[in-house]
Ligand binder design. Structure first.
Ligand SMILES: Nc1nc2c(c(=O)[nH]1)N[C@@H](CNc1ccc(C(=O)N[C@@H](CCC(=O)N[C@@H](CCC(=O)N[C@@H](CCC(=O)O)C(=O)O)C(=O)O)C(=O)O)cc1)CN2
Ligand SMILES: [Zn+2]
Length: 760
């Protein structure tokens, strides 16, 4: 008998209930009790949604982030928030979001937010655990125990979920550069105590997540796994060690032999692990196979899964569990909420709830025979076949264009020094030119106008006029600030990826397909289902309007192919590289149209290029080769005189600087302020030959950067990069900030540039 379980459920809510509850609480418009009640309501609903599974996750709900929850469970709070006397939830939000120095001058004097970074290769951001050599851990199991009680009272077959000790240490950062692994002996007793506490509550199984096992591990980290799980093996609960997002590969032996009761592997990305694992896995252990893709929205080909699963089920019998490949955090909740997606495409899709239905179907087919679910299997087969043969997926013209791609497409006419001279003669920019990354505040008025337009309450002319007024406002503000290269501000974009998905053929978009990005912020990844083409220009009208308002250069603003790919739900019926090249050809047309319309500067954002790196280094080269080539195809068809910018955020470039240089953008703007310009070490020694705008202030924080601080950061930058190749700009776009924060921050930034010019 195969058993079913789930690794985690999306917590934001099908209608983003958690987002609205959080934001209302943060604005002081609702009480903490109301927020907590909304959390409990969502947990209840989500457990009901998972009814029928043999085991259901508990502890996967978080008010902000599951890693931050784990830090609180382990008593690992940054020193700056220790000794807080208010409600624990408020302290949790202080770590998550920080407190501005101005507003809290009288009380706490402000608190810096915890650093945020990407969760493996997903678009979800977690709060980085902070360590020092002196870090001590102390168990606080209250959150887990409360949720466990709640679940039990509702008759839920609960399986608590926690982040495992080795992954937890690996995800964190030692603020004093001490060795994180040295903390393991202090951490393990707290994990042991936690497991004992759960055992005392009668818990049978605990899911302990160790996705670190799908990455290449140094000997000391491999050793840490052995140390950790030998320490925990006397626990009375059964541990299901969960790995996901990739292959165990050379870690198979290690994973198979850790002293735990069961192992979960990602049977989508780690399919090749399964046969060798069957032989390695001791015969008392449960093997949980993640057979439903938790990272995309396509219906599973159930016949195909059963064809290879049935022999395994025979062999494993009661030891086989089945589940989604990873937590369903990364997919939207319910396809049934969608009313505007066309029926054809809808029939190819499965969101979280539909994925759990597929899982239950598979279990029935395994346990009772396929005949027991013959009708459902037939319906699934019809949908999968329809997608495979649909003329909407395949476009011969796109295929022909793809076949005609040569490397000449991706080459500029002249090398950078020649281009730079031509661009300088035309643009006539001062030293240390100032610019921003693209977006200005997405105000409530902008979002309301768009939602009224979408609801048909505002007509197209009215909507366009409202967006043009916003663009005019941002141009006015930038001129008043004295910035050198302006942007239109992206008012008309719901999101830098979805906006393009809505306009390209081969993409579909949902109404409620929200996925949590961080905290209360969500994205709605568009669905790349077919060959991509661009029926008409997408940004030219907005940008030319913006340019018409100013004599300063206006940057055309586009999202690059790699970022569109990495932040969309993409096809699983062709390699990612093929979808990426199609996107490149489509965005290239837009670049050339912007150039034709007179834009002298065009920015192509590749915010997700670095994070799209495969989890295993051995696969980096292949990815970087096609990703960089896609960018080159997009960008490099322009004349020497046209200045190409690109932008990347949250990126550590040391390992991949040669590829970044290979993109051959004239200017790259990057995030550096939080690392105190240390990130620029990668660009040092002339390893990066073109121009660079190292971000001088953190846009994630409401704090206003001081002019002197910006000057100091730029002087540091100038020690590494010749001043004539430096730009001055923020770390990233300003869409999540308010105008009242943006104006003083940019005022100081421009003042800093003037100071720098005066002293060169
Ligand atoms: N795709 C993507 N990934 C990314 C980033 C990114 O910008 N895009 N940036 C990084 C993550 N940062 C992020 C920063 C901000 C938001 C963000 O602000 N998201 C918005 C949603 C943006 C959006 O799609 N807005 C739509 C829908 C807005 C909306 O909620 N409208 C209301 C009505 C409007 C109102 O009355 O306020 C509704 O429909 O109910 C629009 O503007 O049209 C949010 O959570 O609130 C997300 C990620 C990395 N990954
Ligand atoms: Zn950015």
């Amino acid at each position: 008998m195969a058993r079913t379980h789930n690794l985690g459920f999306p917590r934001i809510g099908a209608q983003r209930e958690l987002k609205f509850a959080l934001e209302s609480y943060w604005k002081g418009q609702s009480t903490r009790d109301e927020l907590k009640a909304e959390g409990a309501r969502l947990r209840r609903r989500h457990w009901q949604d998972q009814a029928g599974l043999d085991l259901v996750p508990v502890g996967d709900f978080a008010f902000y982030d599951q890693v931050l929850d784990m830090s609180f469970t382990l008593g690992n709070l940054p020193e700056r928030v220790q000794g807080f006397h208010g409600d624990a939830l408020d302290n949790y939000f202080r770590v998550a979001r920080g407190r501005s120095a101005e507003e809290h001058a009288q009380c706490c004097g402000g608190v810096a937010a915890g650093e945020m970074t990407k969760w493996f290769d997903t678009n979800y951001h977690y709060i980085v655990p902070e360590f020092t050599a002196a870090t001590e851990f102390r168990l606080d199991a209250s959150r887990l125990l409360e949720q466990l009680d709640e679940a039990r009272a509702q008759g839920v077959k609960a399986k608590p979920v926690i982040v495992g000790p080795v992954t937890y240490l690996a995800l964190g950062k030692a603020k004093d550069d001490s060795d994180r692994l040295a903390l393991l002996p202090r951490l393990l007793p707290v994990y042991a105590e936690l497991l004992e506490t759960l055992a005392a509550q009668g818990v049978e199984w605990v899911q302990i997540d160790e996705p670190l096992l799908v990455t290449e591990l140094d000997a000391d980290w491999q050793h840490a796994f052995n140390t950790a799980y030998h320490h925990l093996k006397s626990s009375r609960v059964k541990l299901l060690l969960a790995t996901y997002f990739g292959q165990l590969a050379e870690n198979q032996y290690l994973a198979a032999n850790l002293p735990v009761a069961g192992l979960h592997i990602d049977a989508i990305n780690g399919r090749d692990d399964i046969v060798p694992l069957l032989n390695l896995l001791p015969s008392h252990k449960v093997l949980s196979l993640g057979v439903i893709n938790g990272r995309n929205i396509w219906k599973t080909d159930l016949d195909a899964v059963l064809d290879w699963l049935e022999p395994l089920a025979e062999r494993l019998d009661d030891r086989l569990w089945i589940a989604p490949s990873c937590s369903l955090l990364h997919v939207p909740v319910d396809l049934a909420s969608e009313h505007t997606l066309d029926a054809g495409i809808t029939s190819w899709l499965a969101f979280a709830l539909q994925k759990l239905d597929e899982l239950k179907l598979l279990a029935t087919a395994l346990n009772q025979g396929r005949a027991a679910v013959a009708a459902e299997l037939a319906a699934n087969r019809a949908a999968v076949d329809a997608r495979r043969s649909s003329p909407r997926v395949h476009n011969p013209a796109v295929q022909a264009a793809l076949a005609a791609v040569t490397s000449a497409l991706g080459r500029r006419h002249s090398p950078y020094p020649v281009r730079a001279a031509r661009q300088a003669a035309l643009l006539k920019l001062p030293p240390y030119p100032t610019t921003t990354i693209g977006s200005f505040p997405q105000t409530a008025e902008i979002r309301q106008a768009r939602s009224r337009y979408k609801a048909g309450e505002l007509d197209e002319a009215g909507y366009k006029a409202a967006m043009r007024a916003e663009i005019a406002r941002s141009v006015r503000e930038q001129e008043a600030l004295g910035l050198d290269v302006l942007v239109h501000g992206e008012a008309e974009r719901n999101d830098m990826v979805e906006y393009f998905g809505e306009q390209l053929d081969g993409y579909a978009f949902s109404q409620f397909g929200w996925v949590q990005s961080y905290g209360s912020r969500c994205v709605k990844p568009p669905i790349l289902f077919g060959d991509i083409s661009r029926p008409r220009p997408m940004t030219v009208d907005w940008i030319t309007y913006a340019q018409s308002l100013t004599g300063k250069p206006m940057k055309g603003m586009l999202t690059g192919p790699v970022t569109l790919l990495n932040w969309s739900f993409v096809r699983d019926d062709q390699p990612r590289s093929a979808s990426c090249t199609q996107l490149a050809l489509a965005i290239r047309e837009e670049v050339l149209d912007l150039e034709k319309a007179g834009m002298r500067v065009i920015q192509i954002d590749e915010a997700a290029l670095r994070e799209g790196l495969p989890l295993r280094r051995s696969q980096w080269k292949d990815y970087l080769d096609w990703a960089v080539e896609s960018f080159r195809i997009t960008a490099n068809g322009v004349a020497d005189e046209t200045q190409i910018h690109t932008h990347m955020c949250y990126s550590e470039f040391n390992d991949i600087i040669a590829s970044i240089a290979g993109m051959d953008a004239d200017v790259i703007t990057i995030e550096t302020s939080r690392s105190d310009m240390e990130l620029l070490d990668a660009f040092d020694d002339f390893k990066y030959p073109n121009e660079i705008g190292p971000g001088v202030y953190d846009i994630h924080s409401p704090n206003i950067p001081a002019t002197a601080h910006i000057v100091q950061l730029m002087r540091k930058a100038a020690e590494r990069i010749p001043a004539q190749r430096l730009w001055v700009n923020p770390d990233c776009g300003l869409k999540t900030r308010q105008w009242s924060e943006v104006i003083p921050a940019l005022t100081n930034m421009v003042a800093a540039a003037r100071t720098l010019r005066a002293s060169t």
